[in-house]
Design a protein around this ligand. Structure first.
Ligand code: ARG
Ligand code: ZN
Length: 899
């Protein structure tokens, strides 16, 4: 859809669809060039639908062959076809009627990867959010739920396997040499959950018995020759099935559950009922080709899509504004699944540390992706009020902040209370399309029982308000009365385009759970008398603009450990001294708050360095940070995985984001300088750590202990190279040569590219020769180079000129173009870099608007930059906005950025 102006759709304008659609039958004559779809839609008017109400069906990029009403072909004056919309006036008798439509679509020409498309020699579909309308005319909205019967016909030589949702009813050869398969999905569903797959696949499978004793078949399909790389995904699927039974009492409601890997895919994966389609990057793994992080990513995404079967499919969204109803909740569920899997089988202390590592990684993602979004022109509440293109709202806010809003409800209700709320949610809404309010109502019913007289009326504002709230913390201690007074104050600045409104919108206070603990000057925890018991950690529920709590019986002046476990998605404002932060960094018993104290210390140091570079003053002394790092590095009580988090500098993008104004090149310079200094000053302990953590020669396992050792060892190598330790290059080359898994070889290659690019040439050539035929591994090769500081615009263009490169494959585009634009700020923020970005946004937009729109978001925060970067980015945005034939997707992003 290409337009000069795109209409805005508002949540407030929701109206139910006037017709019900109990039954759908689809017949596909599948071929890559042209596929014919014959649909039979059995409609009935909703109870209060007036006779003569038009029936409106959406279609996009389709060719209409015929329309029938109750079997009778309609002539062209009996329906309207306007801008893709097919409408007609159904018979006025109030009884059911059947619409039959025959249409054609062209999968091989479909580079958008929405609807029915070709990937390699196979056919796939992607329908969420509005891709089904590219397959046939339909009421393409999530609140119209139908039972689907699907007949697939194709040439068996090209497409031996024909898959769709639900159960396989029959399969047969046809007289014309083709074959067919009939699928029936017993569960009513919206069309965004429809899927079909056709092709020649390898498949592995296993049966599991659900807790009510039903046998279910789990299958994973992949390209021929990749069977052995799907075992981990199948294990994860079985673990997800068990976990949802155990933790939420939710059982698989199908006889068969299929996961299919696709090489070309716009996002991570899709939860189509019983037939999940995945980006191959989230299915395929073996030790030689996948990193530890990739193994964990597969577990998370397999879990996520599986959990959607209840949170998304059984209970779905009334309209797309409610997207976080299913996404925030399902991200929360996959985060908990991953944490439980990491902790499984470990003794309690190690289990807690493994869970904390997962929490740190999730919070890191939130701060890196969502906080900037919430401060930019695309800022929106987790339940948006309007959009131009819904594809642009699959955002970090809807997903990750949405998950934090669910997690806060979990914190407020406790595990048992949250479970009771979930049970109530399913009791009320199973089989329906509902709203975020419906979810909060169910949770509130439990909260009100637990806390008579209280409710979630303030909490609900999290769904309506954009922007990251700031919580200011002040405390005093009076030794005479042994009382500690803590004042929490919240405020939330206008988010993004809100700042342009006059008057700016009211932002009433939110309900914020702030988890805190106290330690004394020696770092000893001080229990807090709270609700009749001494507690190490308490949760203060802030619902007002400001409130003060008095904690009695505190024997000594405390240091506050704040926002333990990251109990709310807020920014803390404290006047904690460096010495307090250093104490917390060494002694806070809460592993999240401890990590956060180290991060905060590093951030302060980095900002001081940026200022010194700018003002020409002496740089800050790294003493404090060095001491904290050395202590963490040498502390063998801490798991290697946790130490790897403590010892990671904040990402460059976070450092850039903190600048006022943002100054990418200055941030890169300061970051590089400090990395060098820390690496050099701690060379001895880094070297000892590197040697201690050598591969023990045992079989590969992605478990948290083994992968934690590899993570810390790769970090040690990176630091040794950064600090220019004399034999660091030799160490890296040896690690590359001796590596027994992808985590080690890619770790060595990346570190060389970052710090000693001239020494990377041989391993790079070797890597390419070895993996040129494996697209996912080749993506790693591209990505490591595109994000290296030596990769100029000319160098990234050279990568794109290689025969292995194609902009049409989203994974490859992400590995090269996105990695350059997002992870290479030193080279992006140049005049050539800005031109490159605009040019690539436009090139991608001609092929795939959804992917192009993601890239276009890279310049969201242009206005917060220093003048030179700001002018360069603004001009590049203008150039995109002025280009002809922009997609609605990219137009929405750049026009909001420039608004
Ligand atoms: N529901 C999918 C998931 O989160 C995401 C699909 C989004 N697809 C899209 N084309 N925007 O698991
Ligand atoms: Zn999802």
């Amino acid at each position: 859809m290409r337009t000069d102006t795109a209409p805005t759709i508002f949540r407030q304008d929701y109206a139910p669809y006037p017709y019900r659609l109990p039954q759908v039958r689809l017949e596909f004559d599948l071929a890559a060039d042209s596929t014919q779809v014959r649909s039979e839609l059995r409609f009935e008017p909703a109870p209060d639908t007036a006779p003569g109400t038009p029936l409106v069906l959406q279609g996009e990029d389709l060719e209409l062959v015929e329309v029938r009403l109750d079997g009778r072909p309609l002539s062209a004056d009996e329906y309207r076809l306007d801008d893709g919309i097919l409408s007609l006036i159904p018979p006025g008798h109030g009884k059911p009627f059947t619409i039959g439509i025959v249409s054609l679509c062209r999968p091989a020409e479909n580079t958008t990867l929405m609807g029915l498309y070709v990937s390699g020699d196979k056919l796939f579909t992607q329908c969420e959010a509005q891709g089904f309308r590219r397959i046939t005319w339909f009421p393409d909205r999530p609140d119209v739920m139908a039972r689907f019967e699907v007949l697939l016909r194709a040439d068996p030589a090209a497409y031996p396997q024909l898959l769709s949702n639900g159960n396989l009813i029959e399969q047969a050869g046809l007289p014309d040499g083709r074959h067919q398969a009939l699928w029936r999905d017993p569960h009513p569903k919206p069309c965004y959950l429809f899927a079909l797959v056709a092709g020649d696949f390898d498949c592995i499978e296993r049966t599991e018995t659900t807790r009510s004793g039903r046998e279910v078949l789990l299958q994973v399909y992949s390209d021929k020759g990749y069977r052995e790389q799907t075992r981990w995904a199948l294990d994860c699927l079985a673990n997800a099935l068990r976990w949802d039974e155990r933790r939420f009492g939710l059982e698989l409601d199908l006889d068969r559950f299929m996961v299919v890997a696709a090489r070309d895919f716009n996002m991570g994966a899709m939860e189509n009922k019983g037939l999940n389609i995945f980006n191959a990057a989230y299915v395929l793994a073996d030790p030689a080709t996948a990193t530890d992080a990739a193994y964990r990513g597969i577990e998370a995404v397999i879990g996520h899509e599986y959990f959607h079967n209840w949170t998304g499919n059984r209970v779905t969204c009334r309209d797309w504004f409610q997207l976080s109803l299913k996404e925030g909740l399902t991200v929360f569920r996959d985060q908990e699944f991953s944490a439980d899997m990491l902790a499984e089988g470990l003794p309690p202390a190690e289990a807690a540390s493994a869970r904390a590592v997962k929490r740190i990684d999730d919070v890191h993602t939130l701060r890196l992706a969502q906080f900037p979004e919430d401060a930019g022109p695309m800022a929106h509440p987790i339940r948006p009020d309007s959009y131009q293109e819904i594809g642009n709202f699959y955002t970090a806010t809807v997903y990750e902040k949405g998950a934090e809003v669910i997690r806060m409800q979990h914190t407020l209700l406790g595990e048992a209370g949250f479970r009771a709320g979930m049970d109530e949610y399913f009791r009320r809404h199973d089989g329906r399309a509902v709203t975020c309010d419906d979810f909060v109502d169910a949770m509130e019913s439990v909260y009100a029982q637990q806390h008579p007289g209280q409710d979630f009326s303030v909490f609900r504002r999290w769904y309506a308000q954009a922007g990251t709230p700031r919580v200011r913390v002040r405390s005093t201690y009076d030794p005479a009365t042994r009382a500690c007074r803590i004042t929490l104050e919240q405020h939330c600045a206008p988010a993004g385009l809100e700042a342009r409104q006059s008057p700016p919108p009211e932002k009433p206070p939110l309900h914020i759970p702030v988890s805190i603990g106290l330690i004394d000057a020696e770092g000893t925890p001080m229990p807090i008398p709270w609700e009749g018991e001494p507690r190490d950690t308490i949760v203060l529920e802030l619902r007002e603009a400001s409130r003060t709590w008095t904690l009695a019986d505190i024997p000594r002046a405390p240091v506050l450990s704040l926002l333990r476990g990251f109990s709310a998605p807020v920014i803390l404002e404290t006047d904690r001294s460096e010495a307090d932060l250093a104490l917390l960094a060494r002694r806070d018993p809460d592993p999240f708050a401890r990590w956060d104290a180290v991060q905060e210390t590093a951030h302060r140091h980095l900002q001081a360095r940026i200022e010194a570079d700018r003002d020409g003053g002496p740089g800050p002394a790294p003493g404090m940070l060095l001491d904290i790092w050395r202590a963490a590095l040498e502390n063998e009580q801490l798991s290697p995985a946790y130490r790897a988090r403590l010892l990671a500098l904040p990402a460059v993008r976070e450092v850039i984001d903190r600048g006022e104004p943002m100054d990418p090149r200055a941030a890169v310079a300061a970051w590089t300088h400090i990395r060098k200094t820390l690496g050099a000053r701690l060379a001895d302990p880094w070297r000892a750590t590197y040697d201690d953590l050598a591969d023990d020669g045992g079989p590969y396992s992605p478990d948290p202990v083994a992968s934690g050792r590899r993570a810390l060892r790769n970090l040690a190598l990176d630091n040794l190279l950064a600090g220019q330790a004399p034999d660091a290059v030799e160490l890296a080359l040896a690690q590359y040569r001796q590596a027994r898994n992808m985590t080690e070889s890619l770790g060595a290659l990346t570190a060389l590219l970052q710090h000693a690019p001239q020494a990377a040439a041989d391993p790079l050539a070797d890597f390419h020769a070895r993996w040129r035929d494996n697209p996912l591994v080749l993506d790693r090769w591209f990505g490591a180079q595109a994000s290296a500081p030596g990769c100029t615009v000319a160098a990234v263009r050279a990568l794109m000129a290689l025969p292995d490169f194609s902009l049409r494959n989203p994974n490859r585009a992400r590995a090269v173009v996105f990695r350059f634009c997002l992870d290479n700020p030193g080279n992006l923020h140049t005049p050539e870099g800005y031109d490159f970005w605009a040019e690539q946004v436009l090139a991608l937009d001609a092929l795939n608007p959804e992917v192009a729109a993601r890239l276009s978001r890279a310049f969201d925060n242009w206005a917060r930059h220093e003048p030179v970067a700001r002018a360069g980015m603004q001009a590049a945005l203008r150039r995109v906005l002025d280009a002809p034939d922009l997609s609605r997707n990219v137009r929405e992003i750049v026009s909001k950025a420039l608004a």
